[in-house]
Design a protein around this ligand. Structure first.
Ligand code: KG4
Ligand code: ZN
Length: 342
């Protein structure tokens, strides 16, 4: 079964083709992602991003079919992100998918973006050792999720304010770096001293599995202002690398402390990292290190690099088990929902 996956929840236009086999195994035949340029706006403006999706989606669809060496006639099912995300952006993908379903007489599946990020990490592990504990970190979400069954998720903690990725993006902006800020901070952090500045570790001892990153972001802002006032000039390159490294260290320490506590409490046999912030090499390395040290029997799964940030393949992969069971939605009823929860 060839599943077309469409993702337009934020600023990446993703179209992919995944072959789902009867035994449940999947193969990614194509995964086209069109990135947007945010130089003019400094971040994602929903209406502008939606207009870019509208322009990019048809060429991305053609490119995905070409990459898969298939034509649209070989597609058996359309899967599309229906939420959560930015409503004008979600609508472009959902309407494109509904149009394909109607005109090509294809079954359709509406996919939760968060479930798709999680599926993108474990899809090629047919025998997932359960229970699994998921750390889901993206530009819009920071969550700890318990999976007692495959494809079944229970949220045990989330952020009270900013998401981890959002904090990276905002701190990058303070340092004059372009959007998305995560890769930029990670790049600077490699040359900085993570112990140079003792930024706060918000909610690290809160005794629950919730997060908060807004205060940390403000602490970085005040630190930058104070330094520049004291030295009566802008930050030096070394100061910027130290801020990036110290900020990143603080975020990672909080994420990992809570992940480890949750994994231990829920007897996790697998720890899954998912979402765009999984692109952070230091986070992946530290996660492996702390889990191996504290729960040596647990397996740590991280996504393949092409599945770190938003893409269409994760949408098709999340839809695959439903498609194989012919558990379809109706194109008449499928609706974008910006606040869809797990
Ligand atoms: O999952 P994603 O592509 O989109 C959402 O669903 O939000 O995640 C994008 C987020 C952005 O905030 C971006 O800055 C962050 O992931 N990100 C990173 C890295 N690469 C992307 N954060 C930290 N380190 C990175 N290397
Ligand atoms: Zn995402």
């Amino acid at each position: 079964m060839n599943i077309l996956g469409i993702e337009t929840s934020c600023d990446d236009t993703g179209v992919a083709v995944v072959e789902a086999r009867a035994d449940g195994r999947c193969k990614i035949l194509a995964n086209v992602v069109v990135k947007q340029n945010h130089v003019a706006t400094g971040g994602v403006v929903p209406e502008t991003a939606a207009r870019h999706h509208a322009v990019a989606i048809t060429p991305a669809l053609s490119a995905a079919c070409r990459q898969a060496r298939l034509t649209i006639c070989d597609i058996d099912c359309v899967a599309v992100t229906r939420g959560p995300g930015l409503i004008p952006c979600l609508l472009v993908g959902v309407e494109a998918a509904k149009t394909l379903a109607l005109t090509r007489h294809l079954p359709i599946i509406g996919v939760n973006h968060l479930a798709a990020h999680i599926a993108a990490t474990y899809w090629n592990h047919p025998r997932l050792d359960l229970p699994a504990l998921v750390l889901l970190v993206s530009g819009g979400h920071t969550m700890l999720v318990v999976m007692n069954k495959r494809n079944e998720q229970r949220v045990i903690g989330s952020t009270c304010d900013d998401a981890a990725g959002e904090a990276f993006d905002k701190v990058a902006k303070m340092l004059g770096l372009p959007y998305p800020g995560g890769p930029q901070i990670a790049r600077l952090a490699r040359r900085g001293n993570p112990r140079a500045i003792p930024f706060p570790r918000p909610m690290i001892h809160s005794g629950d599995f919730n997060f908060s990153f807004a205060g940390l972001k403000t602490a970085v802002l005040y630190y930058i202002r104070r330094r520049e006032q004291q030295q009566k000039k802008l930050l030096t390159a070394t100061q910027k690398t130290d801020i990036a490294a110290s900020f990143q260290e603080s975020v990672i320490e909080v994420l990992l402390t809570k992940t480890l506590a949750a994994a231990t409490q829920h007897g996790a046999r697998t720890v899954i990292l998912a979402g765009g912030v999984s692109a952070n090499q230091h986070l992946r390395a530290q996660l492996r290190k702390v889990v191996t040290a504290s729960i040596p029997d647990a397996i740590v799964l991280t996504p393949a690099p092409k599945l770190f940030t938003d893409n269409g393949a994760m949408v098709a992969l999340a839809a695959a088990p439903h498609a194989l069971k012919k558990d379809f939605d109706s194109w008449r009823q499928i609706k974008a929902n910006p606040n869809l929860s797990l």
